[in-house]
Write a protein of this length. Structure first.
Length: 334
């Protein structure tokens, strides 16, 4: 199960209480105060861990709590600091404070971390309250409470190129052909129910990460179908690879292309402005060449890559072009 949004509660540990104690040793009359301080409470932090690619491991645990600090003891012994609590999330996780609708951090780099709940400070023992006029203070401080927060975690997959297109356009087949990813593939819509990442390898140790985004349908930006749940994942990609079924059983390739473009624009103008490569898939079918020429005229784009994700036709040229485009974007700072 792919989980890309969860809510959790985090509670840092309370600080330990300060101690009221007096020195009691043989042959020492009226020993002074020696109450130790309480230990600080443990904190709760979130860390980006690239061994995870979903938030599923957090779905069954709502409360995350660090340990409280130990209480101070006599002989000026300080209480033990409470153990911290670390919560691992996939890179690409946005952390929101639910109560204040505030984005705390976008964890995009592996091992990047943020403290989301600070542990309470330990209270002072009675040693701190000794004075010339108060030689035997019976005063100490309680530990401060640890910070409590309700968080919403939202995952946006990080990929160089994102495959978009209508259901059954051939995105999963293409990803399976180019990478080691093994999505479920069949001849019916909505086969892919969750985004999937794959690493595409090229000669000379070149590689890029490609994401298969579940098929979009008309009205996806407003909640129709599966696409609305995963449109956010396309926002992370640097390049859109738009797969068009050039020989659909129903409909028109040009209209299918325009429909997806409208959905992207309705969802986000920034998303619609991302660089795009148009790919005409299923060029192994009868009449595909004639349909490709008609599609070129209707769309008005000369640069359309004809491929067959099933036979592998045109895939080498496509992957080289994607790599070149990504390299150009990197040079431009995108």
């Amino acid at each position: 199960m792919f989980v890309d949004e969860v809510e959790i509660e985090v509670t840092a540990g309370d600080g330990g209480n300060g101690c009221v104690s007096f020195r009691r040793e043989k042959f020492i009359d009226r020993g002074g105060p020696d109450g130790g301080d309480g230990g600080d409470g443990g904190s709760v932090s979130l860390c980006a861990d690239d061994s995870f690619n979903t938030l599923q491991h957090l779905a069954g645990k709502y409360h995350w709590k660090a340990k409280r600090g130990g209480h101070g003891k006599g002989k000026n012994r300080q209480g033990r600091r409470g153990d911290d609590q670390m919560v691992c999330v996939p890179p690409g996780t946005l952390i929101y404070d639910t109560d204040h609708a505030l984005l705390l951090r976008d964890l995009t780099v592996p091992d990047e971390r943020i403290c989301v709940a600070q542990g309470g400070k330990g209270g002072r023992g009675n040693t701190h309250f000794k004075s010339p006029t108060n030689q035997a203070p019976r005063q100490s401080e309680p530990g401060q409470p640890g910070q409590h927060r309700r968080l919403r975690l939202e995952l946006k997959l990080i990929a160089d190129a994102g495959l978009i297109g209508k259901p059954n356009a051939g995105k999963s087949t293409l990803l399976a052909h180019l990478s080691a990813a093994r999505p479920k593939i069949a001849d019916y819509p909505f086969t892919t129910l969750a985004p999937l990442l794959g690493i595409v390898e090229l000669p000379n140790f070149k590689r890029f990460v490609m994401a298969d985004i579940p098929g979009l349908i008309e009205g996806a930006h407003a909640g129709a179908g599966l696409g609305v749940a995963f449109l956010r994942h396309i926002e992370r990609t640097r390049l859109l690879v738009h797969i068009v079924d050039i020989c659909p059983l129903q409909g028109d390739p040009a209209e299918d292309y325009r429909l997806i473009r409208r959905e992207l624009a309705e969802y986000s103008s920034d998303l619609a402005a991302k660089p795009e490569i148009i790919v005409a898939n299923k060029m192994d079918l009868t009449d595909s060449q004639e349909r490709l020429e008609a599609f070129r005229r209707q769309v008005g784009s000369a640069e359309i890559f004809p491929i067959s994700a099933v036979t592998g036709k045109g895939l080498e040229a496509l992957t080289r072009h994607i790599w070149t485009k990504l390299n150009d974007l990197a040079q431009a700072g995108v």
